[in-house]
Design a protein around this ligand. Structure first.
Ligand SMILES: [Zn+2]
Length: 275
């Protein structure tokens, strides 16, 4: 079984100096490829460097480059050119993480919207897929995306936590959906149990969002409470349960979907087990 984790914040300080162990455990759990999330110019640069340092094969680690809505107010005149240069690197496979967060509002909404529009324009120009973040801003995200959608190759709403009507409207716009361990959270994620059944094969991908969102159903719990890509198997287990699909089938179609979305190479089983 091969899994692809489409959202790992490996640049997070909690992973410092432990990257190799984290990657070894991921591989042992069947996570054969990962997309490292970039959330600012410097984090996107660091994510790219981690891909280059930690993956000599060039087949396993890839990254995104973008400005998270929390960082939208830090957009400067240089940001566009820095992002564009990063997005031309072969390991960088998507524009993002970009989007709207009207839940925490760490950047003013007009700046979030402007940063999103500029990044969608870059994705159109470079014909790259988009890794989107949305919290409590589905309506606004849809109206901005509508302007760009016909010209974008693909876009995924990562860590989907919304309600049924928003999900349907995303699917109607031919967007992909990323599901995290949020679905394992009995306090705020149980509405996703019925919703994951509604996502067609070829539109659904799995992600850890590590070190955040440790699946609450995971046993035993790690002492440090930190999530990591190896625990993607717990998201797989929970989603498979609620979709009424075997883990093997769910792994196969979500992996094929992620490979297609991010244009990833196949990883041969021999190569995968070797290290
Ligand atoms: Zn996010």
């Amino acid at each position: 079984m091969q899994l692809i984790d489409i959202g790992v914040n490996l640049t997070h300080p909690s992973f410092n100096d432990r990257h190799t162990d984290v990657l070894d455990r991921a591989r042992a759990a069947g996570v054969c490829q990962m997309i490292l999330t970039g959330t600012s110019v410097s984090e996107s640069q660091q994510a790219l460097e981690l891909c280059q340092q930690l993956d000599s094969t060039g087949e396993r680690l890839f990254s995104t480059a973008g400005i998270h809505p929390h960082d939208a107010s830090n957009w400067t005149s240089d940001t566009h050119n820095h992002l564009k240069a990063l997005l031309k690197e072969p390991s960088v496979r998507a524009v993002g993480e970009c989007g709207l967060d009207f839940n925490r509002d760490f950047s003013p909404r007009p700046q979030q919207e402007k940063a999103l529009e500029l990044q969608l324009a870059l994705a159109v120009e470079l014909q790259l897929p988009v890794f989107l973040h949305e919290r409590d801003a589905g309506e606004r995200l849809l109206s901005i995306l509508r302007e760009f959608r016909d010209h974008l190759p693909a876009a995924v709403v990562h860590c989907f936590t919304g309600e049924k009507d928003t999900l349907y409207r995303y699917l109607d716009m031919d967007l992909h959906i990323g599901i995290t361990g949020w679905i394992c959270d009995e306090r705020r994620g149980s509405h996703l149990h019925t919703l994951v059944r509604e996502i067609p094969r070829g539109r659904l991908m799995l992600e850890s969002d590590a070190p955040y969102l440790l699946p609450r159903t995971l046993r035993p719990k790690p002492k440090n409470n930190r999530n990591e890509p190896a625990f993607l198997t717990e998201v797989l287990r929970e989603v498979s349960l609620h979709r009424g699909e075997s883990e093997a089938i769910l792994a196969a179609h979500t992996t094929a979907c992620a490979r297609d979305f991010f244009r990833l190479p196949n990883v041969s089983e021999a190569n995968f087990c070797e290290q």
